[in-house]
Design a protein around this ligand. Structure first.
Ligand code: SAM
Length: 235
């Protein structure tokens, strides 16, 4: 989705968009965040921060907090939600410009469900930004849609459900609602982080409810859909 389309989702963000900080069911995020020990002058940068849920929940662990999103209406809502609670620097700008403005200062860079463009060129540019704003030895915490989870959900739907079809097979593109989104395998995510000069410290599943996929919880087993969550340290 482009900036205009994201702005159209601003008012209904909570019902339209999976906000993994809010929606995840097993409190995995806390475990990943606790693995990062911020210093007294630490900086948190959230790339594609949406309504700022991560900053709201974990921002007080950091000395300085920066939220970046190119959708001005979404940033306006994030500001409102955090007002009076946390001092946050908000930027309405494309992540592609983030490193020019804030440089490699982040002790923790988070980027949740943002790098999903079908265009490999656009995704590569955003992966580079994750690296460029993270200071040497700093951490990146990324969440991406899982292709393995999508296959599980498609089987459950019998192929005709809300996710629609995958095309072409193998490239990880999935149509959700009206737009194509890149989904990643666990191995692919690890390889991307290593290629960008990060050492993967921890990778796992951030589960979310079946209702987020527009499905009821199956009675037969305990499987649930998930995103991949990865904590990596910059060399
Ligand atoms: C799926 S939402 C995720 C929001 C938040 N990270 C979360 O987990 O709830 C994607 C967000 O990234 C923003 N976004 C997408 N591409 C961007 C870009 N190139 N530059 C800045 N923001 C972007 C959108 O405006 C939207 O708020």
């Amino acid at each position: 989705m482009n900036r205009r389309e994201w702005n159209l989702h601003a008012d209904e963000f909570e019902s339209d968009i999976c906000d993994i900080t809010v929606d995840e069911t097993d409190n995995q995020l806390s475990r990943y965040v606790k693995a990062v020990k911020p210093s007294s002058d630490s900086v948190l940068v959230d790339l594609g921060c949406g309504l700022g849920s991560f900053i709201q929940k974990f921002g007080d662990r950091f000395h300085e907090r920066v939220g970046i999103d190119f959708a001005s209406r979404i940033i306006a809502r994030a500001k409102e939600r955090c007002a009076g609670r946390l001092n946050v620097t908000w930027h309405v700008m494309d992540i592609a410009r983030a490193s020019d403005v804030i440089r490699a200062r982040a002790d923790l860079t988070v980027c949740f469900n943002v790098i999903t463009s079908p265009s490999p060129v656009k995704r590569n540019a955003l992966w580079s930004c994750v690296k460029e704003v993270t200071k040497p030895h700093g951490f990146a915490l990324v969440v991406v849609p899982s292709i393995e989870s999508n296959s599980m959900v498609e089987k459950r739907e019998g192929g005709g459900g809300r996710n629609g079809r995958r095309s072409p097979p193998g490239d990880g593109l999935v149509k959700r609602e009206d737009s194509w989104q890149k989904h990643f395998s666990r191995r692919e995510l690890m390889s991307i982080m290593s290629q960008r000069g990060f050492q993967v410290k921890r990778i796992g599943r951030a589960y979310y409810p079946w209702s987020t996929e527009g499905l009821r919880k199956p009675r037969s087993d305990n499987q649930r859909p998930w995103d991949w969550i990865c904590l990596a340290q910059r060399a």
